[in-house]
Design a protein around this ligand. Structure first.
Ligand SMILES: NC(=O)c1ccc[n+]([C@@H]2O[C@H](COP(=O)([O-])OP(=O)(O)OC[C@H]3O[C@@H](n4cnc5c(N)ncnc54)[C@H](OP(=O)(O)O)[C@@H]3O)[C@@H](O)[C@H]2O)c1
Length: 68
């Protein structure tokens, strides 16, 4: 994953479960993360802040509802 350091991945549905685990793994490896949430805006914003601070990357959360 080191070859992706400094690049940005897009991950849909990263507030919990497998999406969160994948996003965190990229962040831990220096990859910026653009990710979506549906109902859990606060959780998404907390995760983005945490990943920014802990891993020194840019993490940003965006709303997405595929049913809307
Ligand atoms: N967990 C398991 O053991 C398991 C096993 C086999 C398959 N799966 C499948 O794998 C997928 C992920 O499951 P998971 O347990 O890791 O997490 P999950 O509870 O399904 O949540 C994953 C993400 O999906 C987002 N989401 C929910 N409704 C959405 C919508 N209408 N539009 C856009 N995003 C939406 C959630 O955002 P918010 O939190 O912001 O609402 C969350 O970030 C699901 O399709 C699930 O059926 C899970």
């Amino acid at each position: 994953m080191s070859e992706m350091k400094g690049k940005t991945v897009v991950i849909t549905g990263a507030t919990k479960g497998i999406g969160e685990a994948i996003a965190r793994k990229f962040a831990q490896n220096g990859v910026n993360v653009a990710f979506t949430y549906n109902s859990n805006k606060e959780v998404a914003q907390q995760l983005a802040k945490q990943w920014d601070e802990e891993y020194g990357i840019k993490a940003r959360a965006y709303p997405l509802n595929i049913l809307a």
